[in-house]
Design a protein around this ligand. Structure first.
Ligand code: ADE
Length: 247
């Protein structure tokens, strides 16, 4: 996958490009992240990239010229282009899965009061938000998108970071995990995880996921119930227990 990121702060992206999983994927040639500094494309003698908004108001707006030229340099025509913005569609795992199937992505990060609307319109940009809060710029949001999309690109995660488990439980929050030692300062790992009965372990994990999701994310829980296929007798019993519990 090729990801081109247009930003005024390329150095911020060291946080994800040098990180072990994405760094390794880049070395293997699976993931190619290219940073274009919008300032480098400004034809202004002071390398200015923004100006005050027409109609007045506070803040500065990114100008068309440097953005258009950076987008041309990125070969953005015909590619999926995204503008990180709190106005956009909120990123979720479904959108992330869909984006991970693209061969090319171009991402524009804005700052201050945003960008000239003609950039978004002319380059057919999808606006994507990472949540209902305002960041000082699109860079952190772009890093969240790139990190979450990249890990779904085949070959990016090694076998030790496998996605297999997640897909089985997709739609539910993850069950609690434990590691060695079995007892730490009097705190014990649940007995069932240590007895080697894989069927019982899986049922216990599923039950814990159901309980957590019902309690913390009733919205996800409802969605999960609607998507459920046929259950075995044992699974049905567990689900009924969770549905009928007061917790
Ligand atoms: N830029 C500023 N806030 C943002 C957000 N919540 N999501 C995406 N881009 C942003």
């Amino acid at each position: 996958m090729n990801i081109k990121i247009l930003t005024q702060f390329p150095e911020m992206f060291a946080a994800i490009t040098s990180e072990s999983i994405l760094g390794r994927a880049a070395d293997k040639g699976i993931l190619n992240i290219e940073l274009l500094n919008i300032r480098d494309y400004s034809t202004d003698k002071h390398l200015k990239t923004d100006d005050t908004p027409f109609g007045g108001g506070a803040g500065m707006v990114m100008q068309c010229q440097p953005a258009f030229d950076a987008l041309k340099a990125a070969g953005a025509k015909g590619k999926r282009t995204i503008y990180m913005s709190p106005r956009g569609k909120v990123l979720d795992q479904t959108m992330i899965e869909e984006l991970s199937k693209e061969e090319d992505l171009v991402i524009l990060c804005g700052h201050y009061e945003g960008v000239d609307q003609r950039i978004i319109d002319e380059w057919n940009m999808e606006e994507v938000s990472i949540g209902d809060y305002i960041l000082t710029g699109g860079e952190l949001a772009a890093m969240v998108l790139v990190d979450s999309v990249s890990r779904l690109v085949p070959g990016v995660l090694g076998s030790s970071e496998s996605l297999a488990e997640e897909s089985i439980y997709s739609g539910l929050l993850e069950y609690p995990q434990y590691t060695k030692p079995r007892e730490y300062e009097g705190l014990n790992v649940p007995e069932i995880l240590c007895n080697g009965n894989h069927e019982l372990i899986h049922l216990w994990q599923w039950q814990e996921s159901l309980k957590l999701t019902k309690k913390r994310r009733p919205d996800l829980f409802e969605k999960y119930l609607k998507s459920l296929g046929k259950l075995s007798k044992k699974e049905k019993k567990i689900l009924d227990e969770v549905l009928n519990s007061e917790e």
